[in-house]
Write a protein that binds this ligand. Sequence first.
Ligand SMILES: Nc1ncnc2c1ncn2[C@@H]1O[C@H](COP(=O)(O)OP(=O)(O)OP(=O)(O)O)[C@@H](O)[C@H]1O
Length: 269
Amino acid sequence: MTEAVHESVSEPPVLELRGAAFTYPGPPPVEALKPCDLRIERGEYVTVVGPSGSGKSTFLNIAGLLDTPTAGICLLDGHDTGALRDSERTALRGRRIGFVFQSFHLLPHRSARENVELAMMYGGRVRRGARAARAREALERVGLGARADAPPTRLSGGERQRVAIARALVARPSLLLCDEPTGSLDTATAESVLRLLDALHDDGMTLVVITHDPAVAARGRRTITIRDGALSEPSGLNGPGGLGGPSAPGGPGGLGGPGAPGGRNGRAA
Ligand SMILES: Nc1ncnc2c1ncn2[C@@H]1O[C@H](COP(=O)(O)OP(=O)(O)OP(=O)(O)O)[C@@H](O)[C@H]1O
């Protein structure tokens, strides 16, 4: 457990699903996420693993406030996101969720620093004069302080992903949501990015990493499996406040919270 994990019982989970489900309308309708209850507490490192077509992207879209559940509710930092207007949901997402994607999504001809600064351009949250310093700070955090002026075209794949992580962190989000963050990287480079995620977890960041790769999934303190749209966690990890609901073995109060065993302390550093 990191020091930055808050123990307060009054603090809401970073992410909470209550009976949340998602059905694509079709025809025919596809129930891509079956009703589930899930709590992810501050400071957790959760991996979500499943094969192609199992519902990972659908889960990502719900957890990332890109879609709203067609049944049940999704709360972010205690805010019922279904009760918000689209503009409010977009603002909440921008402030509280940092996204990291497989394919980086950087502007190739802007410097690393400018790419990170662009994440602060919208919403007026960071004054213009402060943006450059914040971007440099974020790039230093990911080990790229010396490469701040290089454009992505002159960076390696691993360095590009670090820029993308710096961009995701610069707004100081509650949740870092990573979709196959090592999917475009060779094994050694992937390892360096996974170590960075470990370090961010050690700093207290809440991480959700979605992957089809069991080796990446094993890096999480908690691993949730998704199969045919149903989330589950090994029954031995079930604990109070976690995943339960209709789709999970172990019944109500199922998927373990931050106290669930199987932590990152047991994995390779
Ligand atoms: N727009 C859509 N309309 C109808 N069905 C969809 C749509 N998008 C996805 N699905 C279906 O929902 C289910 C879950 O898809 P999803 O994309 O979430 O899976 P995934 O685990 O992310 O797959 P992959 O790893 O291949 O990207 C699949 O059966 C898929 O065919």
